[in-house]
Design a binder for this molecule. Sequence first.
Ligand code: SAM
Ligand code: SF4
Length: 332
Amino acid sequence: MTDQILMDSFSRRVDYLRMSVTDRCDFRCVYCMAEDMEFLPRQQILSLEELYQLAQSFVALGTRKIRLTGGEPLVRQGVVELCRRIAALPGLRELCMTTNGSQLGKLAAPLFDAGLKRLNISLDSLDPTRFRELTRTGDLAKVIAGIDAANAAGFEHTKLNCVVMKGRNDHEINDLVAFAIDRGLDMSFIEEMPLGVISEHSRAEAFYSSAQVRERIAERYTLIDSAESTQGPARYWRLAEAPHIRLGFISPHSHNFCGTCNRVRLTVEGRLLLCLGNEHSVDLKAVLRRYPGEPKRLESAIVESMKLKPYRHNFTLDDEVQVVRFMNMTGG
Ligand code: SAM
Ligand code: SF4
């Protein structure tokens, strides 16, 4: 256990790390990747041991929550063992993962046994053809089997994530809510963010605000504003008809959530990103490889990096790409 904490220059405590364990993925979601992606060569990415050492240093500095993400974290060989080692770090309260669900059919139970506490699973459509269009390669049946495997393995508070795009999946919002109610899962609706250059649709034209999503939901359900917060960017609502689930709205455009930001992101290249919507970063892989076996060096680089954390992002609603890296590089 540690008394140390990480604090940025705006007196925000940073105790949440999102770690990308791969930039690769078995899907090519239209809002996240281009159809032809070039992935990083192996020597450029962190080894499992390096990922573990970084997690260890962050936890030594007071990090209480780590989320593994990517790319698709479950396509990284050895990820279950990595979970087991990170989950056992004393002082860490919660190890979670964001996944597209495609591998959960076989991995949900081993992940649960390894100490992973919670899952966020992406689900943008319940129509197999549209699901394939939006993910370019995904198989809806496999993902639904993965969601059911997660429930059966004992995961609680699993959350579904849906990126809403006008004209592509906005008409499915209430069917997705019904699915979440039926499975007893929370669900978050996300506004698309301008990360990376995509070609399939205009982000400005596809923009569908969280307020519009709520209007759609109000056509079928009674929404109750809830003051609940998880310190994250989502704002939560409940449904009178199904009070057992929560609906979250992540609105990087229409509601700026930077004031209470408590998180940083680590890319699989070992670059620490201080803000989702800005390029400020520090190369922790360089420190790790220059000073092997000297965790104090790494820890002081992490402490120093907090000075670079900007106050806020400034996404705007035009088709200009404001951050050139793709979401799979960012660690969503
Ligand atoms: N592959 C995993 C998955 O899809 O859940 C984890 C990585 S993915 C980058 C993490 C989350 O980011 C997903 O819920 C995805 O829908 C979301 N995402 C990706 N690109 C986005 C974008 N441009 N705007 C908003 N959310 C995005
Ligand atoms: Fe892969 Fe997740 Fe990006 Fe989709 S959102 S392409 S599943 S990393």
